[in-house]
Ligand binder design. Structure first.
Ligand code: ZN
Length: 301
């Protein structure tokens, strides 16, 4: 573990998180439909290479390769019996890549369904699933848990309950994926506004709140969204991990085309809006993050 507590550090200076993992795995030969988490044990060298590239780009925080790591998400790959193994390996690979001065965020994505009464999953079933994933990430040495790309504050609350069962003090970061639903209005897929998502997750125990990914948001939109998140978060730190601009369709494939320079200019505006951790989501690469981290580190080191 990094011996400098993350929350203490974030109160002193802004930090840079890393960028996309999935596209980097595909670039190294992961086939569509294959389980990327298997690479934590079958190709740990490839996962570590990606994380080292982000580390070399200047990212302070590295995210584990464990987005779809609940038994619910692993079910489609028939890997529900390997939750502990694949998540623990994810943490260990990232821990090595981060070195003694980097922080590792144990990545937890949505379970992929809906809680009762909209869906059929109970709080208790979901808590158990998150707990199995998070306890393995904690055993592998993560410095914090990142509940990301979320839409439902109730799912985040259950995730945070699971973190607290596993650890009394592991910091919790909760980030939501938003879409633009009106002039300067952003809501999750479940219809939750930015302010409401922040308020509910802070009340439920999140230490850091914010946004990642999102549907068709422009870089300009992320700045507006960041202003709303910071206003709602009060004195709590905010994290924003934008996509590399809004997605474009090209030959039937989604493509993100913001340049590293555009991402860096955006990071400057996010920091000015009061964001304390800037990273990247879909379409971002180590070269984007090298430009972003230069901006963050100019205010930080
Ligand atoms: Zn994304």
């Amino acid at each position: 573990m990094n011996t400098t507590p993350l929350l203490e550090e974030i109160s002193r200076r802004p930090l840079c998180c890393d960028g996309a993992m999935g596209t980097q795995l595909f670039a190294r030969g992961l086939a569509a439909g294959q389980c990327g988490m298997l690479w934590n044990v079958n190709r740990p060298d490839a996962v570590a290479e990606i994380q080292q590239a982000y580390r070399n780009a200047g990212c302070h925080l590295l995210t584990t390769n464990s987005f779809g790591g609940t038994c619910f998400a692993l079910e489609m790959h028939h890997l529900t019996d390997r939750v502990a193994e694949l998540n623990r390996a994810a943490a260990e690979v990232a821990r090595l890549a981060a070195g003694p001065t980097g922080w590792v965020l144990g990545d937890v994505g949505p379970f992929g369904g809906f809680l009762e009464p909209v869906g059929e999953t109970t709080d208790e079933e979901l808590r158990e699933a998150f707990q199995a994933q998070i306890s393995a990430l904690a055993a592998g040495g993560v410095d914090a848990i990142l509940l990301e790309t979320m839409s439902d504050p109730a799912e985040v609350r259950v995730g945070m309950e699971a973190v607290r069962i596993c650890s009394a003090n592991l910091p919790i970061i909760a980030t939501y994926a938003f879409q633009k639903t009106g002039v300067d209005e952003f809501r999750t897929m479940m219809g939750v506004t930015a302010a409401e998502a922040v308020r509910r997750s802070l009340a439920d125990g999140a230490d850091i709140v914010g946004a990642n990914c999102g549907t068709a948001l422009s870089l300009e939109d992320y700045v507006k969204l960041a202003e709303q998140l910071v206003a709602a978060a009060g004195s709590s730190p905010v994290i924003v991990q934008p996509n590399a601009g809004s997605p474009k369709m090209e030959n039937g494939r989604i493509h993100y085309d913001a340049t590293p320079a555009e991402m860096a200019a955006n990071a400057t505006r996010l920091l000015a809006a009061g964001v304390r951790i800037v990273g990247g989501c879909c379409g971002t690469t180590p070269s984007h993050l090298a430009s972003v981290s230069r901006v963050v580190r100019a205010k930080s080191d």
